[in-house]
Design a protein around this ligand. Sequence first.
Ligand SMILES: NC(=O)c1ccc[n+]([C@@H]2O[C@H](COP(=O)([O-])OP(=O)(O)OC[C@H]3O[C@@H](n4cnc5c(N)ncnc54)[C@H](O)[C@@H]3O)[C@@H](O)[C@H]2O)c1
Ligand SMILES: [Zn+2]
Length: 369
Amino acid sequence: MLELEVTIPAVESGSYKIKISSGYLDSLWPQIQADFNRSNKFVVTDENVVSAGHLQKLLGQRDIPTFVISPAGETSKNINTAASIIEAMEKAYLGRDTLVVALGGGTVGDIAGFAAAVFKRGVGVVQIPTTTVAQADSAIGGKTGVDSKLSKNAFGAFRHPTAVYIDAATLTTLDDREFRAGLVESVKHALIADEEYFVFLENNLDAILERKLDVLEKTAYFNCKIKGGVVAADPTEQNKRRMLNYGHTVGHSVEQASGFALLHGEAVAIGIIAAGLIEFELGMAESDRLEKIRKIFKKLGVPVTLPPNLAKDTLINTIKRDKKAINKWPRFILIDKIGQVHCEDGQWAVEVEKELVEKVLDKLCTEKK
Ligand SMILES: NC(=O)c1ccc[n+]([C@@H]2O[C@H](COP(=O)([O-])OP(=O)(O)OC[C@H]3O[C@@H](n4cnc5c(N)ncnc54)[C@H](O)[C@@H]3O)[C@@H](O)[C@H]2O)c1
Ligand SMILES: [Zn+2]
């Protein structure tokens, strides 16, 4: 069992534990009971996670009130689902001593975390992430939320988890495309924070794709260490936490402009290549860095060029509407070298001229595949 502790200043409980192992879902419930024996548990999951057998593994024959999100995925990540969860908790006579247990991917974690954040002004939430996205990213960091009809995560709250339990074996049932796309956030973590992790990914990608459990555990450990470290330094994203948005400015616009035909991780892969091209233009690139990144992405089977049907103007317009934009133009996270984010006057997000971004988008269309 690998174990980490994330210390969040200014949070009631101060810190939480992340436990990483594999094949322990069926023995986890007694541990949760023992760790949090004074609270009443309420499980939130989704229909696909149930079909994959994970809820059965977690609960066995125990009779625990459970909400199964259906349909699974982003379409259910809205305020109505959060309201239904809260009402189900009320119907089960649960109060402020409730502990929400989120079993699933990022959508389950975000919805359950949000419901926990607002139920009776806030109860605890335990995250048991079951996707590559959730194990690397969404389960750690305390951002929760649901979408409005107009935008993603329009309703949101910070709710740091009470604990995180990662069972790498849950990933063995995940759809291949989802599995691969989620790994892009791992590459992002390596690029912004840890060269050793980048080399580990280069050397172990085959084993990761074969879903070898010990390698998946190690990957989760690196991810949690990096994300947990950044979050602990800046829990509410005043500055340093922005570095987690590496590749996301262009990535988000590509994701939106594709009409969400591309998965988030696939769009972020293109965004990371865009960031690499910007770095190249600004003379910040090591000679073979972009090639190394491309090689990993190609092996992951995620795109490294823009899909042909995306108009550059649409992308630029979406970038202007980026939620972190100042005067209609966002700042960019760039890296000086693998494992080190570029920092200017103490700022981790820096200005990049629009013309340069346009040039890079042109290059991204014509880049050889
Ligand atoms: N809070 C954060 O910091 C943060 C960070 C990154 C992403 N997110 C959010 O996470 C969401 C995306 O998360 P996701 O990619 O995990 O999507 P998801 O939760 O929709 O899961 C993807 C699909 O896989 C299924 N699934 C999940 N686990 C499975 C398993 N072990 N076996 C078989 N099927 C399984 C789900 O039912 C779903 O159909 C987005 O809403 C995004 O905004 C949040
Ligand atoms: Zn992301």
